[in-house]
Write a protein that binds this ligand. Structure first.
Ligand code: ZN
Length: 294
């Protein structure tokens, strides 16, 4: 069992192929608890969040951010994961209780829940005037294939993507993780074939995660006899960017009339965060004080 959430980035000595691998069991479990997701929704949400955390490890500057939005025609509704450049991620699924019976034993019906029609969008905010947005049509709704299609069509990088979430009978997350393997420009086909074969011979990624002691040993199996270096290691965590101050500031943009009306109708000033489910309660005076500040 791997006891912590982290990722490793590695490259062969000839710099032809890059592999980023992540273990995300605890943070996917936190997402599940925060959103109270069904088994299949946990898997869909966990796959998107894991992918975003892996991709976020390529962000260059501290303030950069990356968001993956999966908008399929299934009952899950849109799934959104947002990450920063230091390994913090948050995510939500629009319909967390949506579920479907699995189509084959041991395999959750993620593709059906997400839907096979729709798009996957990657938004990179790197401090430019306009964020970079890349969008591709969904291939299967299983997320890994859709992301692989994104890399090829939007970034012209041939990639092998594997994402997996293993859900226990009590709905808790038994194991979660993923990997992205990318060919650098001019990479030799033989090295790619070798790695692809090694990956194909492995069990699915969530099973591998549940059985392994650490990511280093999984990397060793994927590289086989190819010499490589580990370029980076980083801890990963579920962490939201919301907070009392930020949400109070949003409420303070309402007019006095709107505030009074909300209190009259609901008896309170309550805001909950989409991304983490945290609920914030405010008094009217608290918000009015905020409005008076310049
Ligand atoms: Zn939040």
């Amino acid at each position: 069992m791997i006891t912590r959430d982290y990722l490793l980035k590695a490259m062969d000595k000839d710099k032809q192929v890059r592999i980023t691998i992540a273990h995300t069991t605890a943070l996917v479990e936190e997402a599940r608890q925060r959103h109270n997701t069904s088994a299949t929704a946990s898997a869909a949400l966990g796959r998107v969040l894991t992918a975003a955390l892996i991709m976020g490890s390529d962000l260059k500057n501290e303030k950069d951010a990356l968001t993956i939005r999966v908008n399929g025609n299934g009952t899950a509704g849109p799934i959104v994961a947002s990450v920063d450049s230091i390994g913090h991620g948050r995510a939500f699924i629009s319909n967390p209780i949506a579920d479907l019976p699995s189509s084959s034993p041991g395999k959750l019906a993620v593709g059906e829940l997400v839907g096979r029609e729709g798009y996957l969008e990657v938004i990179k905010d790197t401090g430019m005037k306009q964020p970079f947005v890349g969008r591709v049509n969904l291939v299967s709704g299983e997320i890994a294939e859709d992301l692989s299609s994104y890399f090829l069509l939007s970034e012209q990088i041939p990639s092998l993507v594997a994402l997996g979430v293993l859900v226990d009978t009590d709905l808790s997350i038994k194991a979660a993780g993923g990997l992205i393997i990318q060919a650098m420009p001019g990479a030799d086909d033989t090295i790619l074939e070798k790695i692809e074969n090694n990956v194909l011979q492995m069990d699915n990624i969530s099973a591998v995660m549940s059985r392994s002691q650490d990511l280093e040993s999984v990397l060793g199996v994927i590289w086989g006899d190819i010499a490589y270096d580990i370029l980076a290691e980083r801890p990963l965590a579920f962490k939201c960017t919301c907070g009392r101050e930020r949400l109070a500031a949003i409420l303070a943009t309402l007019t006095r009339e709107e505030l009074a009306e909300t209190i009259e109708q609901t008896g309170k000033l309550e805001v909950s965060c989409n991304f983490c489910g945290e609920v914030y309660n405010f008094t009217e005076q608290e918000i009015l004080n905020k409005k008076q500040k310049p």
